[in-house]
Design a protein around this ligand. Structure first.
Ligand code: CO
Length: 424
């Protein structure tokens, strides 16, 4: 297994929710000598310095300032959240007089059927009262703790002809027998290292415990949860950390809440990226006009995965612009600006990939299928920089178990590194 793939799988395994994904990113940045900044304080930014900021502990922006002057920023942005189910505040409910099941609600647009009959666990964060103040504890039960059981086919003979899943009745996970009442709160408190009465509130999610698998005739495929968008988030962050900053400020952003439209204080549709860049450039002594000029000259790569042509349904992809796993970085186009790519940003990114010897492919949706959207165009309305939307080709996007090409982490790693190192 290639080093990039092994490191990516390790990152996914330790990122059951966006909170752990962000914490792991912070750990990588800390290990590389970055300075953590707080949005609550004034910043001192020095030439040659490397810094990062988190918001809500679920999104981050990291930046590296060159030693000898700069004219603009070069940004790679992705997202760290994935579709899942969130536990409601009081989650434990009795069912059929014999069970405890958990009351959950969908987060994002998952393929519901893929969540059945899998080992699930629970992770997220708890807010704990400690010495008169509230502190955050990351929580991961880290064991097979719940399961959403399918109906047997004898109760639902039409299941293979299409079934409309009701999230309030069909998707609630079984957590224990009737004696399990209270067990979840006790386990969360134990994991938080606190008394139950000191756990004031939580943000908890289900996650799929199935371990990753590398498979195929030549082990060319790889399946695991949360490939969208941790594949891009991890790979671009690792490239950002490894790249020196020369001639421009390098920026790596990993947003939260892309799967629910990016409209939150830590999403791409927030002030996060603009706040961090403005504050950093201001602290370096740039005037308001100079900051606007630097941003106008900047370039952003918005990295979020793309749909590989489906082996059983190639007709769902555009007949000409089809993309495949293991065949390089995908550049995404959409005339209606669901993707921010235009001829100029595509040309710049193609040149970057050519310099790094990374193959590229082009994706457009069928004109009669709306397809997805992503964070590039949304971030652009707040921080107007020339942007290319890219990603890696994958199958079964938003399944609990997605599939990607084993070669593609290396493709994006090289393209992202070249993006940070090229002086545009
Ligand atoms: Co995505």
């Amino acid at each position: 297994m290639k080093q990039e793939v092994a490191s990516f799988l390790d990152y996914v395994a330790h990122s059951p929710t966006v909170f752990q994904a962000t914490q792991q990113a912070c750990d990588m940045l800390d290990a590389a000598g970055f300075t953590r900044l707080s949005e609550h304080e004034a910043w001192e930014i020095l030439p040659g310095g490397r810094y990062y900021v988190t918001r809500n502990r679920s999104a981050l922006v990291a930046f590296a300032v060159p030693e000898n002057g700069f004219t603009h920023c070069q940004i790679v942005a992705s997202h760290g959240d994935s579709p899942t189910f969130k536990l409601k505040a009081h989650a434990e409910g009795e069912a059929a007089g014999a069970y405890i099941r958990l009351d959950v609600e969908p987060y994002g647009g998952m393929i519901m059927s893929t969540w059945f009959d899998r080992p699930l666990s629970i992770a997220g964060r708890a807010l704990v009262r400690e010495d008169g103040r509230l502190v955050t504890r990351l929580i991961d039960l880290d064991r097979d703790a719940a399961l959403i059981p399918n109906m047997p086919i004898h109760f639902n003979r039409d299941i293979n002809s299409g079934y409309s899943y009701n999230p309030q009745t069909d998707m609630l996970p079984l957590f224990g027998g009737k004696d399990a009442k209270g067990a979840l709160a006790a386990e969360i408190a134990a994991k938080a290292g606190a008394k139950e009465e000191d756990v004031v509130a939580c943000d908890l999610f289900l996650y799929n415990r199935t371990p990753a698998s590398v498979w195929g005739a030549n082990e060319e495929f790889l399946s695991c949860p949360r490939i969208d968008d941790l594949e891009c988030a991890y790979t671009s962050l690792a490239a950002f950390i490894a790249a020196p900053a020369v001639g421009h400020v390098n920026v790596c952003a990993v947003f939260d809440n892309e799967e629910v439209g990016s409209l939150s204080k830590q999403g791409a549709d927030s002030t996060l990226l603009g706040d961090v860049l403005t504050r950093a450039l201001c602290a370096l002594g740039l005037s308001d006009a100079q900051i606007r000029a630097a941003l106008a000259a900047s370039f952003m790569v918005s990295a979020d995965n793309a749909h590989a042509t489906h082996p059983n349904h190639p007709e769902l992809s555009d007949p000409v612009n089809q993309v495949y796993m293991n065949e390089g970085v995908v550049i995404k186009f959409n005339a209606n600006q669901r993707y921010a790519t235009d001829g100029r940003s595509c040309a710049l990114f193609r040149s970057i990939c050519k310099a790094a010897d990374v193959p590229t492919q082009v994706m457009a949706n069928r004109s009669d299928l709306p397809g997805g959207s992503t964070l590039g165009s949304i971030a652009n309305t707040l921080v107007p920089v020339s942007t290319v939307d890219i990603g890696l080709a994958q199958l079964a996007m938003h399944s609990a178990w997605e599939t990607m090409g084993a070669e593609d982490c290396a493709h994006l790693a090289a393209a992202a590194r070249q993006t940070f190192e090229t002086v545009l």
